[in-house]
Design a protein around this ligand. Sequence first.
Ligand code: DHB
Ligand code: FE
Length: 310
Amino acid sequence: MAKIIAGIGSSHVPAIGAALDNNKTEEPYWKRVFSGFVKSQQWMRDTKPDVAIVVYNDHASAFSVEMIPTFALGCAAEFPPADEGWGPRPVPVVKGHPELASHIAQSVILDEFDLTICNKMEVDHGLTVPLNLLCGKLNPDQEWPFKVIPLAVNVVMYPPPTGHRCYMLGKALRKAVESYPEDLKVVIFGTGGLSHQISGPRAGLINSKWDKAFLDNLSKDPIKLTKIPHLEYMREAGAEGIEMVMWLIMRGALGDKVDEVYRFYTVPASNTAVGHIILSSKSAAGKSRHSAGGKIKRAAARAKIHRVRS
Ligand code: DHB
Ligand code: FE
């Protein structure tokens, strides 16, 4: 049986991709950002997932503003990097898992979530930047270490789905994955955020207090997060802070109780607060199903390291 063993929350700021592609990761500004993912990359290598479901948003790359699906599932065998204005990023083509993706589509649609099915799709920084953060820099002739099922969510044009809808979709995804007969280790990414606003009079808005409370509740009280209205995201986390509803799909897919394995938060990257969390699913007995990587230290803003739990 396939299992969702962990969830990964990660910002997907495009400038992080540009820093990698232009070899700027050792510059102090970028080192601060990338330092928060060193332990996560080790955790990934130890955990060795077979498949990652990556919940992200397309930024008018694969879908123009003429066609905006609320939830779109990538069922193709591969997903090339999109040209976002500077040519496609020099990263490997993302390999899909059409069999599991089709199974998920059937299960979730019969559970009354009307997904759009994409049999051909390019993927932008929303998906490739988190893959880089968790897997490191890879050249186009290399391969990502796991198969990827993209799940694109509309958070670019009003109305996006509610946090509650996202959380419930996460639960339906868990049910779908757990009814797939092959033994597969699956992780799920929630990407985007944290607080940021790219344009308008409040451009540059960051709200660290709100972001940190969101991360706290992601582990402890996700139901509380499902009640946050769109207007609160906009007011507190900026116009683009609405991307954070995608983290609730990831959280919904993990079951009620989780272990917080790792957390990182730093400000800024570009004009954005960067957040990252790893949560592992707990079995009914209350133990983590997979302790691969074990508990690792939590890194806080500006490389201050704290222990989460001993
Ligand atoms: C920016 C764009 C994003 O999609 C995002 O999630 C964060 C920042 C930017 O243009 O800086
Ligand atoms: Fe974004």
